[in-house]
Design a protein around this ligand. Structure first.
Ligand code: PAF
Length: 294
């Protein structure tokens, strides 16, 4: 595996590879890699001749500086895992490579049309502007053919897809389904912080999401606002405390009352398990079979 820290060196290498006919898949991460990331990388490695993974803990997407300071960093372990997996290129840039004009440089002009004003956006002000800023810059450097984003952060996936559409960037955005543990808990680096009691309760989130899917499959005209409220009640059992449970239009991220109001419908939730905030989601309706790459 080749490791680059400088954008110019990476670009020179990728330009050469593209001239040789390589297709480039890109998986941006903030490190502390787990099976969820590996799944993104496997999809990329299957679809492309060359896969670039980036590890960069992006300061502009943290609204809590303590969270940034405590974000897990384990570069040696990540490098070894990527090499074992067969990832061809790792980009671990210095901050000055991503933000040559400093952290306050203006982000790309993309109207997010309220996509950042719901769900995670309410609880993490400024977070998605930071995500858009860093993903845009990374795309500018890597110029991949395909970009892989996890369904686990559905709102992030949708906002990145929207940015790509708005700026007409020549990259295909692929969504890779959530990877779960055997009991249904969605993989996240935060799971490591769960106490035994919180860990035992956490799979309830997936069970409730599955119950919602089963219900709408049997009752396609169900009132989704009522169903969300019921899901909130079901999740509200210590040590779990739900923050939101929203059934939204998969494109606009606005709540929908009935399944027939949108082409795609996704149930999204954030739940506190003691002091750890977990997010998860379930696709209730999708226009075509879900493939990582279309
Ligand atoms: O999902 C993440 O790890 C980050 O938000 C991303 C997409 C790598 C941008 O920093």
């Amino acid at each position: 595996m080749r490791l680059f820290k400088r954008a110019a060196a990476l670009q020179a290498y990728l330009r050469y590879q593209s001239e040789q006919g390589a297709t480039i898949g890109f998986v941006p991460t903030m490190g502390a890699l787990h099976e969820g990331h590996f799944e993104l990388l496997r999809h990329s490695m299957k679809d492309n001749t060359l896969t670039v993974c980036s590890i960069f803990v992006n300061p502009t997407q943290f609204n809590d500086m303590r969270d940034l300071a405590h974000y897990p960093r384990m570069p040696e372990k990540d490098i070894a895992a990527l090499a074992r997996l067969g990832c061809e290129v790792l980009f671990m840039p210095f901050e000055s490579e991503i933000y040559p004009e400093g952290l306050d440089a203006p982000p790309p002009q993309v109207a997010l049309m309220g996509l950042d004003q719901t769900m995670e956006g309410i609880h993490r002000p400024g977070h998605f502007k930071g995500v858009v800023q860093v993903v845009h810059r990374l795309l500018q450097i890597v110029q991949p053919h395909r970009l892989y984003m996890g369904q686990k952060d559905y709102q992030q996936y949708r906002i990145v897809q929207h940015m790509v559409e708005q700026l007409a960037l020549p990259v295909q955005v692929a969504m890779v389904p959530i990877v779960r543990q055997a009991d249904g808990l969605a993989l996240s680096s935060r799971n490591l912080r769960l106490s035994p009691k919180a860990r035992a309760a956490a799979p309830r989130i997936y069970q409730v999401l599955k119950e919602v899917l089963a219900y709408v499959s049997r009752h396609p005209d169900a009132d989704l606002a009522q169903l969300s409220q019921k899901a909130m009640d079901q999740l509200n059992a210590p040590p779990l405390k739900p923050e939101y449970f929203s059934i939204v239009n998969g494109t606009t991220l606005q709540p929908v009352r009935h399944l027939n109001e949108a082409e795609s419908v996704v149930a999204c939730t954030a739940v506190w398990a003691e002091d750890v905030r977990l997010i998860d989601n379930m696709i209730l309706k999708w226009p075509q079979p879900i493939h990582a790459t279309e």
